[in-house]
Design a protein around this ligand. Structure first.
Ligand code: UD1
Length: 423
């Protein structure tokens, strides 16, 4: 990341209801594991609807330095060929900026018999250990040690195993599912993550010749095969990007339509928006929302899919900050995911945090301020706060937002927001 990018800020003039239509991008959290799936085959994996994001660029750099051939034919189309992996290493310099780099561990080990992956950094939203990834691979026969900040793994051909996940882990499930695709025999993952992105990855792997059933439920069965072949796959739409724009429209009393968005993977979020007073409608390929009156506060409790996603918690905190009444937000996934609270309070929000719960008392308005982004979804919440606040907001450290939102200021400007990026 250049010095220039580190210094960029977003400048927002608040108070304009969002109006209009935009297109939703491919899902970051589906694209990242699916890019890693390319490591499992000697043949080309052709991907469409890949979002143009910092995290995707980081993953492509990580794969390229391992020896994966990468052709980007148009901004959203990427072809990967992992026929010649000569360096099965994920170095600290790349991993530290993106925790999802851990997703190379399973595929590298299954394909090349060894992997050296730096322990991840990423968002500062909690401890986020990777013990479940390691335990699962060990159950499949891998030998793993942690040395000098690196996970050093080696294995002959992995063996199928019965794996019970202590905690529901999204990337943990994905890592093990990828590794098991090339293992000898059958693997069963119990208490697997049910996130739609896990299913999108399974669909891509199956298109490559894997034999996976049960993805999208809490028990996934993978019958290992000797090799995976080339395939084409289109990345699913981003449900968190969709949810973020819907909340921005609701909080600003706007009316928007999201093209390319899917409603059936957003039930918990749409349900809360409805409870807040929004009129939501959808068809197979779009979601529309209109908010006519001041929103009503809604209680939120984050939990693994299909319950309310932790990645939407910060955005609803802003919605509640300008709603009628008070509500409790409980975060059960990450222990340190209230870093946006301080900044929102500087904009006039009334939020009290105790442990993993935040009590939000709605106010009739927020006021613009200079604020600092601390992690990806926290920065999205600050953007929404800036859009609804009276006056001018400047958000610093927006490189966090570029990790996960494609062209956020262009899309918001298309909806009428007065927003611009400044150096
Ligand atoms: C994924 C998403 C992220 C989302 C999160 C929860 C991607 C690339 N990222 O992150 O956007 O916020 O799911 O929905 O898909 N845990 C352990 N040991 C492990 C693994 C996880 O204790 O080995 C704990 C974590 O600390 C956390 C919880 O399990 O408290 C859930 O984490 P997990 O589902 O693994 O999150 P990620 O897959 O990293």
């Amino acid at each position: 990341m250049g010095e220039n990018r580190l210094m960029q800020k977003l400048s927002i003039e608040g108070g304009i209801p969002l109006q209009g239509e935009i297109r939703i991008s491919g899902a970051k959290n589906a694209a990242l594991p699916i890019l890693c799936a390319a490591l499992l085959s000697d043949e080309a994996l052709y991907l469409e609807n890949v979002p143009h994001l910092k995290d995707v660029t980081t993953m492509l750099s990580l794969l390229a330095q391992m020896g994966v051939g990468i052709t980007v034919s148009s901004p959203q189309k990427v072809e990967l060929n992992a026929g010649k992996i000569d360096n099965p290493v994920a170095p600290y310099e790349l991993v530290k900026t993106m925790r999802a780099s851990i997703l190379v561990l399973g595929p590298l080990l299954a394909k090349t018999g060894r992997a050296s992956v730096s322990l991840p950094g990423g968002c500062a939203i909690g401890l986020r250990p990777v013990d479940l990834h390691i335990k699962g691979l060990e159950a499949m026969g891998a030998e793993i040690e942690v040395e000098n900040g690196y996970i050093q793994a080696k294995a002959g051909r992995l063996r199928g195993a019965r794996i019970f996940m202590d905690l529901v882990s999204v990337t943990g499930t994905e890592n093990l599912m990828m590794a098991a695709s090339l293992a000898q025999g059958v693997t069963v993952i119990e208490n697997a993550a049910r996130e739609p992105e896990v299913l999108d990855l399974a669909n891509c792997l199956n298109a490559m010749g894997a034999r996976i059933s049960g993805a999208g439920t809490d028990t996934i069965t993978i019958e290992g095969v000797d090799a995976l072949h080339g395939a084409s796959h289109k990345i699913m739409p981003d449900r968190i990007e969709s949810g973020t724009f819907l909340v921005a429209a609701a909080a600003s009393l706007g009316k928007i339509k999201l093209n390319g968005a899917k409603a059936d993977i957003l039930d918990a979020v749409l349900d809360k928006l409805h409870e807040a007073g929004a009129h939501v409608s959808f068809d197979a390929d779009s979601i529309s929302l209109e908010m006519k009156d001041r929103p009503k506060s809604v209680n939120i409790r984050t939990a693994p899919y299909p319950a309310f996603p932790t990645d939407m918690q910060a955005q609803f905190m802003v919605l509640n900050s300008v709603s009628e009444g008070s509500a409790l937000i409980t975060e059960t996934i990450f222990e340190n995911r209230f870093m946006h609270v301080q900044e929102l309070c500087r904009m006039g929000a009334h939020i009290e945090v105790e442990g993993n719960a935040a009590m939000v008392r709605g106010r009739d308005h927020l006021g613009g301020a200079n604020v600092m982004a601390t992690d990806l979804r926290a920065s999205a919440s600050l953007v929404i706060a800036g859009l609804v606040a009276r006056g001018h907001t400047t958000i610093e450290r927006i490189y966090h937002i570029d990790r996960g939102y494609e062209c956020i200021e262009e899309k918001l400007a298309q909806l009428g927001a007065r927003i611009r990026r400044i150096d």
